[in-house]
Design a protein around this ligand. Structure first.
Ligand code: ZN
Length: 82
């Protein structure tokens, strides 16, 4: 079991979630995020919002998301984190 206090904070992992969803995160960190997501409703909500936005943008442009849009989305969602 993981000890309380050593778990990543939501704000710390929001930036990593984008890489996680891109599949560009290293496996150990991805596992940490997965474990966190299992018990964290705000982060699950973030993932769902992020995924939905990326999907909508891809359908519009059929291209990769511009980095600045990704950054803006992350900072927007980060402000809503507890
Ligand atoms: Zn969280």
């Amino acid at each position: 079991m993981t000890k309380r206090g050593s778990e990543p904070k939501c704000r710390d992992i929001v930036g990593l979630l984008a890489d996680y969803l891109d599949g560009s995160l290293d496996p150990p960190t991805a596992r940490t995020l997965q474990a966190h997501l299992e018990g964290c409703a705000p982060c699950v909500a973030f993932v769902n919002t992020y995924k939905g936005t990326i999907k909508a943008a891809r359908q519009l442009k059929e291209a990769d998301i511009p980095p600045e849009l990704k950054d803006r989305l992350i900072s927007f969602l980060r402000q809503r984190m507890p």
